[in-house]
Each structure stands twice: as C-alpha cells, then as structure tokens.
Design a protein around this ligand. Structure first.
Ligand SMILES: [Zn+2]
Length: 146
C-alpha cells in the first residue's frame, strides 16, 4: 500500500493537544478521514479514527459512556472498571474504525502524516496562507495512555 496524498487541517488552538485532522489517500483510490495528529509527551503521534465505546445500564438499559459512574437516565450507580481491558491491563474506551494491522504499516502512515503535518505548519507561517477545507468531526481527543 502506498500513501498517495495526505491533507492536513491544522487545529488553531495552542492549548489543545489535538493539532490537526488529516485525510489520507491510499493507492490513489481509498481515503480514510479523521486521522488526528496529537501532541504527546514524546512528540507528535498519529491517532486512527475511533469511536467511543459505551455499554447499557443493567437497570434501565440506557446507554452510558464506559467511564460514567452513574447512569445518565436513571442515576443507578454503575460498577467501575467495567470496560474491557487490553493486553496491558488498560481500559479500552475507544475502538478504532480503521487502523493498520502491523507495525510496518503504522510506521509508514505515521511518517507520512507527521511529515505532511510539519509541512503544513511551515506553510501556515507564510503570509496569505489558506487552510485546507475539511469537515471537523465533533469528537473528543483520543485518550493518551502511555
Ligand atoms: Zn439506568
């Protein structure tokens, strides 16, 4: 798989760890949107598009975020740590919608996206810079767990 194009929409908020939304075109024929560039403690990294996971209240069946302590609907106390754990014992709160299945592919995407991001940051310093037109999903920043 070759990455043919990366479009980068910078996020203009210095306090935000979310630095950009990207859309990545693979082999000139498949596009993945909502890939994010996040500033972590060890530098920039790329987060795959993901959805928050939820579960249902035992009492009323309403949907709640996995970290909610009480049911949104009936107020019942929800058991803590009910999220599934990954291999390192961390709570799985998000599920990737699209993601690489091996380290080589992850590295390739990461390199291309970060390079495109840094290029866009440079461009944005030029006078008359026009940001890329892109929809910004109304979404939370994925949690950084290290
Ligand atoms: Zn409930």
């Amino acid at each position: 798989m070759e990455i043919s194009e990366v479009r980068v929409k910078l996020v203009d908020n210095k306090d935000d760890r979310l630095k950009a939304f990207c859309s990545v075109t693979m082999d000139n024929e498949f596009v993945v949107r909502d890939i994010k560039v996040i500033e972590g403690t060890g530098g920039f990294f790329v987060a795959m598009p993901s959805r928050k996971m939820s579960d249902h209240c035992d009492k009323c069946g309403s949907k709640n975020h996995l970290r909610a302590k009480f049911c949104n609907n009936c107020g019942t106390t929800l058991s803590e740590n009910r999220a599934k754990k990954d291999m390192k014992g961390r709570m799985k709160l998000h599920a990737d919608i699209a993601h690489p299945i091996n380290a080589e592919c992850r590295r390739k995407i990461q390199e291309k996206v970060i390079a495109a991001f840094e290029e866009e940051v440079e461009k944005s310093k030029q006078p008359g810079y026009k940001p890329v037109e892109m929809d910004e999903p109304d979404d939370e920043i994925p949690e950084v767990v290290s």
